[in-house]
Design a protein around this ligand. Structure first.
Ligand code: PFF
Length: 469
């Protein structure tokens, strides 16, 4: 890895940058819409359990690997474990490239929403018709153009190296995003759909959850916490030996989970409060996929003091939250080529971004612009039907493959590496702790038994077609 290995300016710097990577479209866009699709309650509970027993220990494991090796990606695993383990780094980079290719498309929507809100703020809000979002999605050139804009922004920053830039930017933007989110939720609390929203999110009924919900909840925990592909290994490699891994990981996991839940509460409340929206979403007239971009303007322009100013600002912050995530993904992908092929940073960033953008074009056209790309499915194909479930369209297929399979498998690799391969004495020495204590034992046993058992059991269950409901 050729980036200069400086370290975060402070523990807060790490927490902000790592939460910048974690908090993104996964929280604001994906969590609310898949929670809605899986009928809330039980799905949220499984998600929270996955965050606790898989997310937190694996995040600590990844940060540990980066910090102990003082390297990121494949070289980190190679340094601590030898050549065989470096494959884990390469698998992560591949998953990163896949995620980046469709993430850029959704990130582009935030630019469009910003633009649209600016228009509404200046010219007055007019609730869009139910086919407006569908028309937007199926506008191929627009989708590709927005994706390209976002890709260029990302390339510009990753080219410079992510070091200090991310840290200072996230330190300013993240707190504003937290405040704005709180204001949004407080405003939503005065809307009539509040109780229904809480009931949907927090009352648990397993009979109501589709079988795939278990896999999706676990996959979402990995996706949202940026785990399973080495992003936290990279960020951990800049961490000072004196900063506590446990403490930092708890902060990042809590912030990320809070964001996801707040986004869900705000969006569900709006949908369940506005009869037209509720009817449109329930009847599937507006795809749940666009929830973030469809529902929030409603809140800003019809319920909120100062909404005309805050709406465009909010979508700038969404774009920023997405950007602080794409930076970490871009870094993981580019650094693989720097490490593996010895490419310069410039060459690695330009070529990998070019390849990823080609993938993005397919994802961008799979939202309605191209019938073939939008409808492709492996539902009835042996093996592939199990892997891809009933998903259709390139974007949906890529998201399902990466989040629900590649990331959990990458995470499984980290649990085996830290839990079984590395020696306890080595880990304790690295952590600067003389004897193992309760927290250490809990962590290691989670990595050794609980987390791998949960991931393997889930994979076997899904692969053998078990219906959980
Ligand atoms: N955690 C990000 C989100 O929730 O939007 C997505 C992501 C970023 C996944 C970085 C994986 C990653 F390495």
């Amino acid at each position: 890895m050729t980036i200069q290995r400086d370290s975060w300016g402070s523990k807060l710097g790490f927490i902000m940058a790592a939460s910048g990577s974690a908090v993104g479209l996964g929280n604001l866009w994906k969590f609310p819409y898949i929670t809605w699709e899986n009928n809330g309650g039980a799905f949220v509970l499984v998600y929270l359990v996955a965050v606790m027993i898989l997310g937190l220990p694996i995040m600590m494991g990844e940060i540990f690997v980066g910090r102990a090796a003082h390297l990121s990606g494949a070289p980190a695993y190679k340094k601590l474990g030898g050549l065989g383990w470096s494959k884990l780094g390469y698998l992560g980079a591949a998953a990163g490239g896949i995620i980046l290719s469709y993430y850029m498309v959704i990130a582009g929507w935030s630019l469009y929403s910003f633009w649209q809100c600016l228009g509404w703020s200046l010219g007055g809000y007019d609730m869009p018709s139910s086919d407006a979002f569908g028309n937007f999605l199926s506008n191929g050139p627009l989708q590709i153009g927005l994706t390209l804009m976002f890709t260029l922004m990302n390339v510009g920053i990753v080219l410079r190296g992510v070091g200090r830039g991310i840290e200072s930017a996230t330190k300013i933007m993240m707190p504003i995003l937290v405040l704005l989110m709180l204001y949004l939720v407080i405003t939503a609390m005065f809307m009539p759909g509040r109780n229904d929203a809480f009931a949907m999110i927090f009352s648990v009924d397993f009979a109501n959850m589709p079988a795939m919900g278990y896999l999706e909840a676990v996959g979402q925990a990995f996706f949202s916490l940026s785990l399973g592909l080495g992003a936290m290994v990279a960020y951990g490699s800049y961490m000072k030996k004196t900063d506590s891994i446990t403490n930092s990981a708890i902060w990042v996991v809590s912030l990320d989970t809070l964001f996801a839940l707040l986004a869900c509460v705000a969006m569900f409340t709006i949908i369940l409060s506005v009869p037209e929206l509720k009817a449109q979403v329930s009847a599937g007239e507006v795809g749940t996929v666009g929830m973030l971009f469809i529902t929030l303007p409603q809140l800003f322009y019809t319920q909120m003091q100062g909404g005309v100013v805050l709406a465009p600002l909010f979508f700038i912050l969404v774009a920023f939250a997405a950007l602080s995530s794409t930076l970490s993904l871009g870094e993981v992908v580019a650094s693989m080529m720097i490490d593996r092929r010895g490419w310069s940073r410039k060459k690695a960033v330009l070529i990998t971004s070019g390849v990823v953008f080609c993938g993005s074009i397919f994802a961008a056209l799979s939202l309605g612009a191209s019938q073939t790309l939008s409808q492709v499915t492996f539902r009835d194909v042996p093996v592939l039907g199990i892997i891809f479930s009933s998903k259709s369209g390139i974007l949906g297929l890529l998201d399902h493959l990466a989040a629900n399979w590649l990331l959990p498998i990458g995470g499984l690799g980290t649990t085996l590496f830290v839990g079984w391969f590395l020696k306890n004495d080595f880990i304790l020495k690295e952590l600067g702790v003389k004897n193992s204590n309760v927290v250490f034992n809990l962590w290691i046993w989670c990595l050794r038994i609980v987390a791998p058992a949960a991931i393997i059991a889930l994979i076997i269950a899904v692969a053998t077609g078990k219906d959980f409901s």
